[in-house]
Ligand binder design. Structure first.
Ligand code: FAD
Length: 561
């Protein structure tokens, strides 16, 4: 068996002084965990990278000078992607060429650029490299990770565990019982174990058979139960809106807890590349955004409790009381609802029984790894489906988008339409819908209806990813706060608009009107996608989460509660 060495950081630069300086600085900081390799030309670098691929040696990061004598650095990085699709890739560029570097990032989907000279490294090299390496570690499943899952690829339970770990940014190694000799050896001592799959093996050797998310969370060190029973601010939902309000709340002195049902990051974690969030010109993955936001929240001592579902909210005088799925209760002055939205189900025969067994709503990168060299299908024509298609095209042989509309541009941003059109292995079938799923234990084929040709067609596939519109699921809280006809929660002036006389809601007890982000229940605020009229974007959710905290302060300062 080939010995896997430390992951590689590769520096490609024909300017010897610059290359040596960058390599030396990288060695000083990263040599303990990474091997630093160098090349002076693009062709040499490509040859070494092919060798590394053939020897199954991981490459974590490639830094290439933009103008190499034998090829353009961006093209080198694009070609390197074929050998090492997980490697993070960045250009080394002088300030005068920043603009062309930004264009190259867009065109070749690179991760970043670093302005040369990268000195002092503490300011100009290490922060960017730290980010890129953290991103690589979070996305890949390095063998050093520690947590291993043994199971069958098409088992819904195994999918749920992979998804849970991936959403929580916990690296793991996947051992497929159907394909992996090591997986079979691990189980051979006890034939019975096969019926108890999936099994999670923790770094200390503990084996968990078919663990629940809570059991797993406790074992991997997540905080599942709150420390206290009274807080200034309880935030329900850990997506961008909840995370932003937790950072602003705690940093401004509020005793803050955030309760999250699955994993911090919310829907954003499903985004393979957020390209419109301010300050990240190269884009960032939703998982990366969540990882950074969680670190920031923890820095300000936000208590993050997850996985834990909030099942009820009630009011007792000036206290708001929140019930958790384990039956415990939290009391507080103020509640912030940031529960977002969830995918709508595709009502098509044959699909529901195969959820997690080839049919996936959304899809983290954890699933993308399984699609290597396969023909996969994506349902949906909005940005989320477009991002998934681009990201999965790095792994799958072909990606076919099934889109109900006449044109991609109907509901997708131009930058994504351009990317999709430039990728040869993405096919777009317009005016095409899925009408049936086939398979017993796992998805084996789908039948689609092509409205252009007026024909049905059955297509073999093992993977269907569904990205269609979303709903708020606020039934559990609808007896406490007013919602619109779709379940989105009304706040501020929208509450008055929904009253026939244009005044504050009927049972509103205070002399003042509700604040902008306040619900029909004083002291219960709302931010993000779950709010009626919200803009369904990360930046909007973050903005509302931060703004809500201002109103929380005004509410707490007021004598009338
Ligand atoms: C695939 C995809 C790609 C996207 N790409 C982009 C993009 O590129 N740019 C962009 O601006 N936007 C993008 N969006 C939209 C963006 O992610 C959302 O607008 C944003 O996440 C909304 O944030 P939120 O905090 O309001 O809600 P959410 O992100 O939905 O988070 C809500 C959280 O609340 C939790 N929750 C719900 N109910 C409970 C409960 N009862 N108890 C405890 N927790 C609960 C959920 O588990 C979830 O984690 C994308 C969305 C998707 C799905």
């Amino acid at each position: 068996m080939a010995v896997v060495n430390k992951p590689v950081i590769y520096v490609v630069d024909d300017d010897e002084d610059e290359r040596r300086m960058v390599a030396l600085d990288l060695n000083n900081r990263y040599a303990e965990r990474y091997r630093i390799l160098q090349a002076a030309s693009g062709l040499d670098a490509l040859e070494t990278m092919r060798q590394l691929r053939d020897e199954s040696q991981p490459v974590a990061l490639i830094l290439s000078r933009q103008n190499l004598p034998d090829m353009n650095g961006a093209e080198l990085l694009a070609q390197a992607n074929e050998c090492h699709p997980d490697a993070r890739r960045a250009l080394l560029t002088p300030f005068s060429e920043t603009e062309s570097a930004i264009k190259a990032i867009e065109k070749f989907q690179l991760d970043d650029y670093l302005i040369t000279p990268c000195h002092p490294p503490e300011q100009k090299l290490y922060p960017a490299v730290n980010d890129l390496l953290a991103d690589w570690e979070a996305r890949t499943h390095p063998p050093i990770a520690g947590v291993r899952i043994v199971g069958s690829r098409f088992s819904p339970e195994a999918h749920q565990i992979r998804d849970f770990l991936a959403r929580n940014c916990v690296p793991f190694e996947w051992l497929d019982i159907e394909q992996d000799e090591e997986a079979r050896q691990l189980l051979s001592t006890d034939d019975q174990k096969a019926s108890r799959l999936p099994i999670v093996i923790l770094p200390d050797g503990t084996q968990l058979s078919q663990p629940t998310e809570v059991e797993l969370a406790e074992k991997i060190g997540l905080k599942v139960h709150p420390d206290d029973n009274f807080y200034d601010l309880v935030i329900i939902g850990g997506g961008p809106a909840g995370l932003a309000s937790s950072v602003y709340g705690a940093s401004e002195g509020l005793h803050t807890i955030m309760v999250e049902r699955r994993a911090p990051g919310g829907q954003a974690v499903l985004s393979s590349m957020i390209e419109n969030y301010l300050g990240f010109p190269a884009g960032l993955t939703g998982a990366d955004l969540a990882r950074r936001a969680v670190a920031q929240a923890k820095k300000f001592e936000v208590e993050i409790v997850s996985p834990q579902v909030v099942t009820n909210l009630r009011v007792d005088g000036s206290s708001r009381i929140v019930t958790l799925s384990d039956g415990s209760e939290l009391r507080c002055h103020v509640v912030l609802l940031a529960t977002g939205v969830e995918w709508r189900r595709l009502d098509v025969p044959g699909l529901d029984k195969l959820i997690g067994a080839g049919v996936y709503y959304g899809g983290t990168l954890a699933e993308a790894f399984f699609c290597r060299d396969e023909d996969i299908y994506i349902v949906g024509g909005a940005n989320s489906a477009g991002q998934a298609a681009v990201s999965f095209s790095r792994y799958a042989r072909t990606v076919t988008m099934l889109v109900r509309e006449n044109a991609l541009s109907v509901s997708m941003s131009r930058y994504l339409v351009d990317q999709i059109e430039s990728l040869k292995n993405i096919n777009v079938r317009l005016r095409t819908t899925v009408v049936e799923g086939h398979g017993d234990q796992r998805l084996e084929a789908i039948t689609v209806f092509d409205a252009v040709r007026g024909e049905k067609e059955t297509l073999p596939t093992n993977s269907l990813f569904i990205f269609i519109g979303a709903l708020p699921h606020t039934e559990w809280v609808a007896k406490v706060v007013d919602t619109d006809e779709h379940g989105f929660i009304l706040t501020g002036p929208d509450l008055a608009r929904h009253q026939s006389n244009g005044h504050a809601p009927r049972n509103w007890p205070l002399s003042r009107d509700p604040f902008w982000l306040e619900s029909s229940q004083p002291g219960v605020f709302v931010a993000g996608d779950v709010r009626h009229g919200s803009v369904k974007r990360v930046a909007a959710g973050v903005g509302e989460g931060a703004t809500a905290v201002q109103f929380v302060h005004q509410y707490l300062a007021s004598s009338e509660r």
